[in-house]
Design a protein around this ligand. Structure first.
Ligand code: COA
Length: 507
């Protein structure tokens, strides 16, 4: 071992457990359940999964793969191509794996990201045979120091029969000290989680495990995969302006002040762009309590707008990754990284009163939101943490462009084709057309606001026509059930949701 490698394993006995990725992969057998580190492409294990895929070429086998969230380094692509996954949870965002899921070649459990921990702890998910966790170092007492995500790593490591650690020399050792690892007791025997402010630290700096359970240590030297978000465009900038207008109104009405409330922003280009829009705003001394930190958070830190950011992973574009991790001293005292059970915990989210911004694929005239299923059947990525936040936040805001696929899809439809967030969990919806504040409104009060403020002009008349016909049928939440999915049906048959007069009678 080199000196650098020796420095990263303080425990003398554990130095003898350094193995090749191939050897570690040879311990994994058919039918086992693996708990892999990794959350939205950050801090994922990068060597053993590749060795596993190579092994599968010689003799096929299937494993269950549990993670924090999506993986980088094309691991999900390779797993899907090799056909070695029986069941995957709780989130993925890989186009190849998406195809396998939608073709029925593997099972995918789309789970609230705060729920996996409770299910594993209570034994519902069965035993974890191997936790495979990326680390910057292993301490004298066996404590594992994670890298750029915690996700479910601490949960897997403390509940697995065996642990394999991948020490990644490409990750800065300065990450040590930003983590805050804490596991609540079992349900029924648990006190309050003592996070009262976004910046409170309540746990340890690493994952405390019995060193005897660390069966092997592998060295790697590969950076995280950069995020795939696209930079803010004209439309997302306009959406950000609408959101800022809404927040300014809340301040005028005395419900918020210029420091707002701890912010959560979901994955994806749209949520990133909206947060980015705060750079030139008057808001200041902001705090973030979120799961993933994307580029915009670091732009806001650089601009002096954000004082503190709590997260469970950091996922950055290539350029931003070099800047942030190349100058990590500048950022580390502003960052806290926790397990996803804590970053997404309903108790903490409700206590802190978060402003939560997530992205919808589509929403309907009453405010139900679909974040996951294209046309009601095909999985996109998964619900991720959006449900954890939406149900419990002070303000649950959903953003989306009003149209997709060159205008052939309206993101506002009569009835969402799959419900992730019910009308009861959604406070404000925002598109580039404007926003609708749905709080305190009855279903029939929401519709005019949504149609007039959020819908693209190409679809306004068509949506009014649906609603007026529905009103004739009456009810608390008027619908024409036989036409509720007619827009999706029209899309499947004609490649567009735009209907002509023969299909829908415009009144
Ligand atoms: N029907 C079909 N496709 C749609 C659509 C709709 N109503 N609305 C958007 N899309 C497509 C876009 O065309 C785009 O397709 P492409 O990849 O082929 O270009 C894709 O969905 C992504 O949309 P985009 O507008 O680029 O938004 P995004 O990158 O912000 O992603 C989600 C949007 C909803 C897919 C993403 O935010 C997500 O998976 N959310 C669920 C999980 C979540 O919210 N987690 C939050 C806590 S981390």
């Amino acid at each position: 071992m080199t000196n650098i490698q020796l420095d990263r394993i303080e425990n003398e006995a554990l130095r003898n457990r350094v193995v090749t990725p191939e050897e570690a992969a040879s311990w994994i057998g058919d039918g086992m359940t693996l708990g892999l580190s990794g959350f939205t492409r950050a801090g994922d294990v990068k060597a053993v999964p590749f060795a596993l895929v190579e092994r599968a070429k010689e003799n096929g086998f299937k494993v269950n793969v549990f993670t924090g969230a999506s993986l980088g380094s094309d691991v999900d692509t390779l797993f899907a191509e090799a056909g070695i996954v029986n069941k995957r949870l709780p989130f993925q965002a890989d186009p190849t794996m998406r195809k396998s899921i939608n073709a029925g070649d593997m099972f995918f459990v789309d789970q609230h990201l705060s729920h996996t921990a409770e299910l594993v702890r209570s034994g519902v998910m069965g035993p974890i045979d191997f936790a495979i966790v990326e680390a910057v170092a292993v301490k004298e007492d066996g404590t594992i120091i994670p890298t750029t995500s915690v996700g479910n790593s601490s949960l897997f490591a403390t509940h697995a029969k065996n642990i394999i650690v991948e020490i990644n020399l490409a990750q800065t050792p300065l990450l040590e000290g930003i983590h805050d690892i804490y596991e609540p007791d079992k349900q029924g025997a648990r006190g309050p989680i003592p996070i009262e402010k976004a910046g409170d630290r309540i746990g340890a700096q690493g994952i405390k495990v019995d060193p005897e359970l660390i069966r092997g240590i592998v060295f790697t030297e590969q950076a995280d995969s950069p995020s795939t978000i696209v930079q803010p465009d004209e439309e997302t900038k306009i959406m950000a302006d609408h959101l800022l207008d809404f927040l300014r109104k809340e301040i005028e009405l005395g419900r918020l002040d210029e420091t707002l409330a701890p912010l959560q922003s979901g994955i994806g280009s749209v949520a990133n762009a909206v947060l980015h829009g705060m750079i030139d705003s008057e808001f200041k001394n902001l705090e973030v309590y979120s799961e993933v930190l994307q580029d915009a958070v670091f732009d806001l830190i650089d601009a002096g707008k954000i004082d503190l950011a709590s997260c469970c992973s950091i996922t950055l574009s290539d350029e931003k990754m070099k800047k942030v991790f190349g100058n990590f001293e500048q950022y580390r005292d502003k960052l806290i990284m926790r397990p996803q059970e804590l970053s997404n915990h309903p108790e903490v989210i409700r206590r802190l009163g978060l402003i939560s911004i997530n992205t919808a694929l589509e929403f309907d005239i009453y405010g139900n939101v679909n974040s996951t299923h294209v046309s009601g059947t095909k999985m996109m990525n998964g619900i991720g943490g959006s449900g954890d936040f939406a149900r419990n936040a002070r303000l649950a805001i959903f953003v989306t462009k009003s149209v997709a696929k060159g205008g052939n899809i309206s993101s506002i439809v009569p009835f969402v084709s799959h419900v992730d967030h019910t009308e009861h969990d959604v406070d404000v919806v925002v598109t580039e057309q404007g926003y609708a504040d749905l709080r305190g409104l009855a279903p029939r009060e929401r519709v005019p606001l949504i149609i007039e403020n959020c819908v693209h002009p190409d679809y306004k008349k068509q949506l009014w026509a649906y609603y007026q016909e529905a009103l004739e049928r009456g009810g608390q939440t008027p619908h024409i059930l036989e036409k509720a999915f007619s827009w999706h049906q029209h899309l499947a048959e004609h490649g567009t949701m735009k209907m002509n007069k023969e299909t829908v009678e415009v009144k």
